[in-house]
Design a protein around this ligand. Structure first.
Ligand code: 5AD
Ligand code: SF4
Length: 496
């Protein structure tokens, strides 16, 4: 089911779609016109280069942090080709979508955007429309049948092919869907100079029965430790002080390296190597799997100064029976044991999670076990999801799907517990002084600043600091989501 990956070896992946004539009536008519006039795509692109010195791109990103990372790399790559960023789709010569497929809601949001791009293409046929990411990967060539105005489509392992497509004179739409490289090897355009993503692996070898990721991002392939350390050193030299290690299953990192001829390494060793780099003040990572949350990683949290006091540990369900049907490979007890071990080593650690409600066959009793686990753990925050069947996943074919009203009702009950416990947990910060990395103005009150503490809570505060600075903030109040406070001017004076 997964996208085939050949370790180490790059694979030629250019797949030309069927000849245009084979692609249905409407597209044939449009393409025949296009080919006969100067607005055929290849020549239009050449013409545009002549008129506009700097072609402009716009990228819309859906989904997870891995997609945010991939979009930064897309932007970096486009800028190295001479493109500049347009403030909106309407001003762009190249409209790109980096899509997500993990839940149904992401699909529908993207399809609405695509409708807008279609209208744009009708007004200006020389605009190039590209669709990348997991949704593109999940439908592959079908995209050109359903959306004939799309010029180029590519999966998450094929972002670099976009450059090849844009610099070629090809007149046909093209799709690229086989794993060939890490987007992390491409140049980045960072949203903030002081924060950077480090893609440590792609893909996932787990087989969670609800999840589309193994089929869109393929099997787990890690980047060699030396490559990652060199990249982190480069980031630090460029002014990045907070680095987030990214992968679908980060703590499984390293298992494939020896087989591919690279020196062995574990996730805990990678954490240590990055902690040793001068200039990196904070390390975060997402997401680990509870199965691989071993003591070496937990110890690293206690021992490494730059590793933050926060773990995002996806639970999915508090019922061992449901976890088994989800193929999560741990039980309720094993999960609770991991939480206990984390708190034994780092008592103040913040724990957040992902939970799915309404998985097929989830009974009221199963759901109550999720509620009771959330009461017991007391998460600092959680992403909660209503189960949605995904194409070609095992759970989509399970017979006992849960009615939508039941899912919604359970979600409301879950959110109440999550928020109440998060609010209670957050009170431990009131009265303390926390180190905050300033990100910019507060979103709700621009006279205030916004940043994050090491526990990954958003902190809104009054103060004088600039983005990228680390400041001490006295916390005066806390809600389930955010902390509020004042910059400690005493600490600022002391630091001078
Ligand atoms: N339905 C609902 N939520 C899902 N997730 C993954 N697949 C599905 C699905 N089919 C959630 C999981 C995962 C998070 C990124 O998205 O909780 O951890
Ligand atoms: Fe999907 Fe499970 Fe892999 Fe996470 S661990 S990406 S939920 S298959």
């Amino acid at each position: 089911m997964g996208t085939p990956i050949r370790d180490g070896a790059a694979r030629g992946a250019r797949r030309r779609p069927e000849p245009r004539a084979a692609r249905g009536d409407e597209p044939r008519a449009r393409r025949a016109d296009a080919a006969a006039t100067p607005i055929a795509r290849g020549s239009a692109r050449r013409a545009r280069y002549a008129v506009t010195a700097m072609p402009r791109y716009h990228v819309t990103t859906f989904g997870c942090q891995m997609n945010e990372h991939d979009s930064e790399r897309m932007k970096g790559m486009l800028e190295s080709l001479g493109y500049t960023e347009a403030p909106s789709q309407d001003e762009a010569d190249l409209i790109l979508f980096n899509t997500c497929s993990i839940r149904e809601a992401a699909d529908s949001r993207f399809l609405a955007h695509l409708g807008h791009a279609k209208r744009r293409k009708r007004e200006r046929p020389d605009v190039v429309i590209g669709v990348g990411g997991c949704w593109a990967q999940s439908v592959k060539e079908e995209i050109f049948q359903r959306f004939p105005f799309v010029d180029v489509a590519f999966g998450p392992g094929q972002v670099h092919k976009l450059a090849e497509f844009l610099t070629s004179d090809s007149l046909t739409a093209q799709g690229f869907f086989e794993f060939e490289g890490f987007t992390g090897d491409l140049p980045a355009k960072r949203a903030r100079d002081f924060q950077g993503w480090l893609q440590i692996s792609v893909g996932c070898n787990m087989k969670c029965s609800y999840c589309i990721v193994p089929s869109t991002r393929g099997r787990d392939v890690g980047r060699p430790l030396a490559t990652l350390v060199a990249e982190a050193e480069r980031m630090a030299a460029e002014g990045v002080t907070e680095v987030t290690l990214l992968g679908q299953n980060v703590n499984a990192y390293g298992r494939d390296l020896a087989r591919r001829g690279y020196p062995r390494a574990t996730f805990a060793e990678l954490l240590r190597a990055i902690d040793a780099i001068d200039g990196i003040r904070r390390i975060r990572y997402t997401s680990p799997h509870p199965q691989d949350m071993k003591e070496d990683v937990i110890r690293a949290h206690a021992e490494l100064p730059s590793l933050c006091e926060h773990v995002h540990l996806p639970l999915q369900s508090g019922s061992s029976r449901v976890l088994k049907r989800m193929r999560r490979t741990y039980t309720r007890e094993r999960y609770l044991d991991r939480v206990a071990l984390l708190r034994e080593h780092v008592p103040d650690i913040a724990i957040t999670t992902d939970i799915i409600v309404g998985f097929p066959g989830e009974t009221e009793e199963d759901f109550e076990q999720t509620l009771s686990l959330c009461e017991e753990v007391g998460y600092d925050g959680a992403f909660t999801f209503i189960y949605s069947p995904r194409r070609e996943t095992e759970a989509a074919a399970m017979p006992d799907q849960i009615p939508h009203e039941v899912k919604v009702e359970r979600m409301e009950r879950l959110v109440e517990v999550i928020q109440r416990r998060a609010r209670e947990r957050a009170q431990r910060f009131v009265g303390r002084t926390l180190e905050v990395l300033v990100e910019g103005p507060s979103r709700t009150d621009p006279s205030k600043l916004r940043g994050r503490c090491r526990h990954n809570k958003v902190v809104n505060f009054t103060g004088l600091a600039r983005p990228g600075e680390y400041v001490q903030v006295e916390i005066t109040s806390a809600t389930s989501q955010t902390l509020a406070g004042e910059e400690s001017l005493l600490a600022r004076a002391g630091a001078r």
